[in-house]
Design a protein around this ligand. Structure first.
Ligand code: ADP
Ligand code: MG
Length: 348
């Protein structure tokens, strides 16, 4: 079943020139994790606040778990939407213990007995792996633990939907990587449907079932992490989701002619020239004295090296390869491309 349905949502703030959200439609299936990915200011938080009920759309409608909550003259306030929320800054009550923080959400929502509250607190703490910390206060916890409490608090009432607004961005990188795996496990274990907002493409790709890429209030593309990565619909998506090279191509019969060889023209794209997207890991380097490209720089990324290559025409390309037998800066190389199927974009 569908848990969230957004139909052509538009939100314009007073005095703003452009709408913060422009005609966004999407639906979320039960148990699905959807990421909203985009640069700062593109409207991610606004879209989440519209779903939560902290903002009213000017146009369009929203349904949660089959119930209309906004649009067509309907308005359901946030506390009646059966939605849990986790913010970037944890937003725990500092004067309440961990247990009482979690209980707060439970008492707010449905009428529920003291015994079941205790049981739910224990279940929620177990889910986020914080058993035994019920009596602690927020200031006695690390950032990662505080965010786990915030997650437990949001999950304890067993909401139809949970909304997470950049929940990992205040954490150290180690904790962030660990917690992002765990958030996925926790959501999947509890069968909770979720919308996860982030500006970090790697985080979006690895945490979610589907990714919605946003730019300037619009949903540019919605698809599986694999589809977003390998078949970006627009140049913006290609560049935002992962660093990509764009090489100039000229039409020659059935082929695009480029510095890296020929690629078959597969769609009836207009125009005599185009830019082909080539991922950094799709280029093969081969040291060769007759090579017309030169390695200008090399950086070590752990599992991979990234090379900055200057081609014969003076263009720069980035290439990533596994770290065995690295090539030295200054080496002349031959370049080839692993895959003949490449994405084609209009030149800009
Ligand atoms: P993101 O979360 O992707 O960084 P936001 O949703 O916070 O983006 O903001 C989207 C746009 O809406 C920005 O241009 C922002 O300045 C504007 N905006 C957000 N909230 C308000 C508000 N309450 N009043 C006016 N403009 C706002
Ligand atoms: Mg935001």
């Amino acid at each position: 079943p569908v848990i969230v349905q957004l139909e052509s949502i538009t939100k314009q703030f007073n005095r703003a020139a452009a709408p913060a959200i422009a005609q966004v439609s999407l639906s979320l299936q039960q148990g699905e994790i959807l990421s909203l990915l985009g640069p700062s200011g593109c409207g991610k938080t606004t879209l989440l606040r519209l779903v939560a009920g902290f903002e009213k759309p000017q146009q369009g409608s929203i349904e949660i778990a089959g119930q209309p909550v906004a649009g067509n003259g309907i308005w359901v306030p946030p506390e009646k939407r059966d939605v849990g929320i986790v913010f970037q800054d944890y937003a725990l009550f500092p004067h309440l213990s961990v247990g009482d923080n979690i209980a707060f959400g439970l008492q707010q929502s449905k009428s529920i007995s003291k015994d079941s509250i205790q049981k739910r607190i224990q279940e929620a703490l177990a889910l986020v792996r914080l058993e035994g910390l019920q009596k602690r206060y927020p200031h006695e916890l690390s950032g990662g633990q505080q965010q786990r409490v915030a997650l437990a608090r949001a999950l304890a009432p067993q909401p139809a939907l949970i909304l997470l607004d950049e929940p990992l961005s205040n954490l150290d990188v180690q904790v962030r990587l660990q917690l992002r795996e765990e958030i996925r496990r926790i959501l999947k274990d509890s069968g909770t449907s979720a919308i996860f907002v982030t500006h970090d493409q790697e985080e979006a790709l690895c945490i979610s079932d589907r990714v919605g890429v946003m730019q300037q209030g619009k949903l540019e593309q919605l698809g599986s992490p694999e589809a977003i990565y390998t078949e970006p619909a627009t140049r913006f998506v290609a560049e935002f989701v992962s660093q990509a090279n764009f090489i100039r191509a000229h039409r020659r019969g059935q082929f695009w002619e480029t510095e890296l060889g020929q690629f078959p023209i597969t769609s009836p794209l207009e125009g005599e020239q185009a830019d082909l997207m080539i991922r950094e890991e799709a280029i093969i380097l081969q040291a060769d004295e007759t090579g017309v490209a030169t390695i200008r720089d090399r950086t070590f990324l752990g599992r991979e090296h990234r090379y900055r290559i200057q081609t014969a025409s003076g263009e720069y390309l980035n290439v990533r390869t596994p770290t065995s037998a690295p090539l030295a800066v200054g080496t002349r190389v031959l370049l080839s491309v692993r895959d003949r199927k490449v994405r084609v974009f209009p030149t800009n």
